[in-house]
Design a protein around this ligand. Structure first.
Ligand code: GUN
Length: 282
């Protein structure tokens, strides 16, 4: 059984991004990311400060626009418009979730698709589905990087994705399908989850349910990517897979923590670098 080390890979990618930024600097370009953070959700605040720190370490500018949860949709749209028109900002990210009075779709659709480093704008989602160059959602993109690093070619594999969210499951489906996999995508209404997971050469799970994937649901020699991040009552961080019992059956598996988690920020930096490289085309 091989552990897929996302922590080490994320560091390697972040170092490469840093080197590429040093080269861009010689041409007078410093990649810059603008982040919009609305309200005081503790998890969102933590994620945003991690993103800020990662930008700084890579030599990228970042600016965080912090707003109270009472802010109007109009005001957020005005700020996005300002960022869209700022030639020195390459990427814009609106940390989700937004408060209930804000229409999240309207906010995402206001972002210039060329600065949509989260890959959430329907323009980028459509291009991803069509197999065209685009910004793809960072977590599924990170999964693809892990597969590449460990020379796991999705072509011809039977894959089972568990979780069909816009941020993770659906872009994961497109990326794997575009790479030649045969993909099942399961969700809350799936009648018999085990029937799908048992067939899979590769299981990708990200629903936020500790212990969802048990030993009896996995075929011998399967590969597992666990995107779940769950904090147990005892403080322990676990994924969606019963790691202890499932891992011995697998040929490859990601741990939690240290698997997919660190890849998300690495891919955000990589997407922002890509946006900065395209500055002239804007
Ligand atoms: N909230 C949870 N995950 C994400 C993410 O990847 N990007 C943004 N913008 N918000 C999130």
């Amino acid at each position: 059984m091989n552990i897929l080390d996302g922590k080490a890979l994320s560091q390697k990618i972040r170092n490469n991004v840093k080197l590429e930024i040093e080269k861009l600097e010689e041409n007078g370009i410093t990649p810059a990311l603008a982040v919009i953070l609305v309200g005081d959700d503790p998890a969102s605040k933590t994620y945003v400060s991690m993103k800020e720190k990662a930008c700084g370490e890579a030599g990228m500018y970042s600016i965080v626009h912090k707003m109270p949860s009472s802010i109007s949709e109009k005001k957020i749209l005005e700020i996005i418009d300002m960022i869209n028109h700022n030639d020195y900002i390459d990427g814009v990210l609106v940390q989700l979730p937004l408060p209930p009075q804000i229409n999240t779709t309207k906010i995402i659709e206001a972002i210039d698709p060329k600065k949509d480093v989260d890959g959430f704008h329907p323009f980028n989602v459509g291009r991803l589905v069509s197999g065209l160059d685009c910004f793809a959602s960072c977590t599924p993109l990170g999964v693809m990087e892990i597969l590449k690093e460990y020379k796991i070619d999705p072509k011809g594999l039977d894959v089972c994705i568990v979780g069909a969210s816009n941020i993770v499951g659906k872009p994961m489906l497109s990326l794997l399908l575009n790479a030649g996999a045969t993909v099942d995508i399961c969700h809350i209404f799936t009648k018999d989850l085990k029937a799908h997971t048992l067939k899979a050469d590769l299981i990708v799970v990200g629903v936020g349910k500790p212990g969802l994937i048990t030993e009896d649901m996995v075929k011998d020699g399967a590969k597992i990517i666990d995107i779940g991040i769950n904090r147990l009552d005892n403080g322990k961080l676990v994924g969606d897979v019963d790691f202890e019992n499932v891992a011995p059956k697998c040929s490859h598996i990601t741990p939690v923590p240290g698997g997919v988690g660190p890849m998300t920020i690495a891919m955000l930096l990589s997407n922002t670098l890509k946006a900065a490289k395209g500055r002239d085309e804007k």
